[in-house]
Design a protein around this ligand. Structure first.
Ligand code: BGC
Length: 253
């Protein structure tokens, strides 16, 4: 069961591809369908079913979601339709596709993939993956094992600053910050995380990971190393597939 279909629900597109979970490589080209306006659960479910049909792939399916996912239920919706709150999304998607579907938080998926196959491959200890986009997503991984739903984008910083609202990539655009000014905010946030978690390595993902030359040298940390993500827009798909494989195997045994 090493090739599993991974699907990444993003703000503008829902993308899928089969993933060889032993190597982290996609085994076919990604297919993308635009995210339905409003991203309501039923509309997103139909797109996920379409993607499953497109690949005609057997076996379990992994899907990312930009909010808390606990035991298959979506429990928060910071930047998506409120109809997701409290929904048994695993059951809804499983019924719609006729496959065993498992959801995972989007940053947790990216974290699993980066820690195993990307910028964190071979790193021992605590790896913290942060995705900077519309929001800030977080994943905390220790020796390859994920602690899910850390939601560190919702930390409050000194001066009543909500981290995600103040330091995300959306905040950079909204406040028309140059990279130096944004890196100063990001450093304040990262230094706080460093103090609390002492990560061996921070991996910075999201759209900004492609522009690391603009900000990386301006981030100031005391102890932790910091690198941009390596898998970029494949990380969600790969991590979703890894998670679905793990859950499917655990349930069988
Ligand atoms: C959500 C997280 C998500 C992040 C990135 C935040 O607003 O609360 O669950 O991982 O955005 O999409």
């Amino acid at each position: 069961m090493s090739v599993i279909l991974g699907i990444d629900i993003g703000g503008s597109g829902i993308k899928g591809a089969p993933v060889d979970t032993a190597t982290g490589k996609l085994t076919a080209e990604r297919h993308r369908i635009p995210t339905p306006a409003g991203a309501q659960p039923d509309a997103v479910k139909d797109v996920v079913a379409q993607l499953v049909g497109h690949f005609g792939h057997e076996g379990p399916v992994g899907v990312t979601f930009p909010g808390i996912v606990q035991h298959g239920k979506t429990l928060s919706a910071a930047n998506v339709d409120q109809g997701w709150i409290g929904l048994d999304a695993d059951a809804l998607f499983t019924e719609a596709t006729g496959r065993e579907v498992h959801l995972i938080n989007d940053a947790d998926a990216a974290g699993l993939a980066e820690a195993r196959f990307g910028a964190g491959a071979g790193v021992r200890g605590v790896v913290m993956v942060l995705t900077f986009g519309t929001g800030i997503g977080s994943a905390l991984i220790h020796d390859g094992v994920l602690v899910p739903n850390t939601e560190l984008g919702h930390l409050w910083l000194k001066g009543d600053k909500h981290a995600e609202t103040w330091a995300s990539d959306r905040a950079r655009e909204r406040d028309d910050l140059n990279w130096k000014a944004w890196a100063k905010r990001a450093s304040t946030y990262l230094q706080h995380l460093e103090l609390i978690f002492s990560p061996d390595l921070f991996i910075i993902g999201g759209g900004i990971s492609k522009k690391a030359d603009k900000w990386q040298s301006q981030i100031q940390l005391t102890r932790s190393q910091l690198v941009p993500a390596a898998l970029q827009n494949e990380a969600g798909i790969v991590g979703a597939a890894m998670n679905a494989r793990r859950i499917a195997e655990t349930q069988k045994s």
